[in-house]
Write a protein that binds this ligand. Structure first.
Ligand code: ADP
Ligand code: MG
Length: 258
């Protein structure tokens, strides 16, 4: 195991009923790097991300995040709650639909995890929350309620909330797909800043220009398999596999100057 690899998957398989949606996935994300996961709808991208956080439990394979590893080879059962919680705590996840707590204001949303899970005193959690809100450009919205925020602002709160748990890696599942086009940029800017800070990130995205410009590596999935992976610019601009070429041909109008 290489300490330089922060996320490692070996031979990961997942079936729902008789349908195998992850077929022998091998994937690694280097420490401090950004990997973009692309591919058509239904190819298993969300299931892969959810497996890393054990929101979905694989049927087979090995998963490591930082120093925590779990293996699902042969006979295995789900780890106990404590081990599961420790494993999940390493990973911050941001979803398409924000999932903010509607009855809490912005600051309380960000404080919730540190206070209830990490047992952080409220004053310390508030200081942490305000610092993170500053970082995502929302210091002035600390007392606002989610219902009064734009989608882009809600998503930036969701990112601050995930960061409050001090994760070692961040996973983004189509974090900008639910946003109006004019709000996408503000969320991508925050992700770009996290990348510049050296956060290890795996992101599912349909923003191909962003993947090309910000990711170190792009992984293309189809039908539960990794079809092609390589340096971001190479995969996006000159993919070698026909399936990758066909997929990317749908985006070329929106890619901007190459
Ligand atoms: P993507 O994110 O690439 O669109 P998903 O990982 O969401 O793909 O889904 C991959 C396949 O797994 C799809 O065919 C989907 O219908 C199926 N699937 C995902 N989650 C479940 C589930 N909980 N139960 C049954 N099938 C599922
Ligand atoms: Mg998905």
């Amino acid at each position: 195991m290489s300490a330089n690899v922060m996320i490692e998957l070996i031979g990961v398989r997942k079936s729902f009923g008789n349908t195998e949606v992850l077929k022998d996935i091998n994937l690694s994300v280097a420490r401090g790097s950004v990997v973009a996961l692309i591919g058509p709808s239904g190819s298993g991208k969300s299931t892969l991300l959810r497996s890393i956080n054990l929101l979905t439990v694989p049927n087979h394979g090995f998963i490591r995040v930082g120093a925590q590893a779990l293996d699902f080879f042969g006979e295995h059962k789900l780890p106990g709650d404590r081990e599961l919680a420790a494993f999940r705590a390493k990973t911050g996840m941001v979803f398409q639909n924000f999932n903010l707590f509607p009855h809490m204001n912005v600051e309380e949303n960000v404080m919730e995890g540190p206070v209830t899970v990490l047992r952080m005193p409220k004053t310390a959690a508030r200081t942490l929350a305000l610092g993170l809100l500053e970082k995502v450009g929302l210091a002035d919205k600390a007392k606002a309620h989610p219902e009064n925020l734009s989608g882009g602002q809600k998503q930036r709160v969701a990112i601050a909330r995930a960061l409050a748990m001090k994760p070692e890696v961040m996973l983004f599942d189509e974090a900008t797909s639910a946003l109006d086009p004019e709000l996408v940029g503000e969320v991508l800017s925050v992700i770009r800043a996290l990348a510049a800070d050296g956060m290890t990130m795996l992101l599912v995205t349909h923003e191909m220009a962003f993947a090309r410009d910000v990711a170190d590596k792009v992984v293309f999935m189809r039908d539960g398999r990794v079809v092609e992976e390589g340096p971001a610019r190479q995969v996006i601009e000159s993919p070698t596999q026909p399936a990758t070429q066909a997929f990317l041909s749908h985006f070329h109008n929106g890619l901007g100057p190459l």
